[in-house]
Design a protein around this ligand. Structure first.
Ligand code: ATP
Ligand code: MG
Length: 269
């Protein structure tokens, strides 16, 4: 199987983009796939999930993803920016506040900078899967990841879809496809779902009515195990593989791999 790159995008803050990247990396890694996580959010939450905030905040720009955007930076070996996470098969290109200065609105006017992440990934050949975490906006960082990716996953909590800016997300994907025609929507992923709540069940049903096959069967529950395992700096699969959290991430992994390997009709043109 060729390497594939997935970005997680939604303008809605706190919808589970970073958590999904963190835990999905664990479930993909135990299948034997070599995973590269790219933290493209200046908040650096994904990086902090592995190394803690003190370490991440002190990284100099030249050791973070911001180096890809900084004209002053030149690196002969792109692998030097990538770090081991301490987990087999999971590496990361970390990020911190330095990236904020480059996350400008109107990225499509950014010339060659639009291709910064894509060009970087093109130089790497030792990974099977790349997962990219995005900030809660559609500025330069999210735009760059859409240019660099094969697939988009849109995490969606079961709340008012209008307030999540889904229409703008889809417009941005369509726009990015003018520069990256291979970009496909892998699906909306219902996150933070509490099945006891009628309102959550109603919103899930509504999402399926609107987007039909472009919604994953797997639902990510609101579960404290997700928070606890991040606090312990371990993807749920490593923290407690029998937890409901780990189980739901394995189901998502199977669904993702199935769609990608079998080129399911889910991918809209
Ligand atoms: N399924 C879940 N169950 C319980 N807590 C969750 C779940 N998903 C995310 N959270 C918690 O919600 C908070 C926000 O999640 P996360 O950081 O993954 O969202 P995000 O979309 O990356 O946010 P941002 O837009 O700020 O980057 C975190 O504290 C996280 O631990
Ligand atoms: Mg995040």
């Amino acid at each position: 199987m060729e390497r594939f790159t997935i970005c997680l995008i939604n303008q809605k803050g706190g919808c589970g983009k970073s958590s999904t990247c963190f835990h999905l990396a664990g479930s993909l890694a135990v299948t034997g796939l070599s995973v590269l996580l790219v933290d493209a959010d200046p908040q650096g939450s994904l990086s902090q999930g592995f190394f803690g905030s003190e370490v991440v905040e002190q990284l100099p720009l030249c050791q973070t993803l911001a180096a890809l955007f900084d004209e002053g930076e030149f690196f002969s070996d792109p692998n030097a920016l990538i770090r081991n996470t301490g987990f087999d098969n999971i590496s990361i290109l970390p990020t911190n506040h330095h990236l904020g200065a480059f996350n400008v609105p109107c990225p499509e006017k950014g010339g060659m900078l639009q291709y910064a992440i894509r060009d970087f990934l093109d130089q790497l050949d030792r990974f099977d899967v790349v997962l990219i975490d995005c900030p809660p906006n559609l500025y330069q960082c999210s735009w760059n990841t859409m240019i660099a990716s094969d697939y988009v996953i849109i995490p969606v909590p079961p709340e008012d879809f209008g307030t999540q800016g889904l229409r703008a997300v889809h417009q941005c994907i369509d726009h990015a496809r003018q520069l990256n025609p291979k970009l496909r929507r892998l699906g909306h992923l219902v996150t933070r779902h509490d099945k006891r709540l009628l309102v959550h069940r109603s919103y899930e049903q509504r999402l399926r009515e609107i987007y039909d096959r472009l919604v994953f069967d797997t639902i990510i529950p609101e579960a404290s195990a997700f928070k606890v395992s991040i606090a312990c700096r371990q993807p749920a699969e490593f923290f407690d593989k029998r937890s409901y959290a780990a189980e739901s991430m394995r189901a998502l992994t199977n669904e993702v791999l199935d769609y990608i390997r079998n080129k399911s009709q889910r991918h809209v043109a």
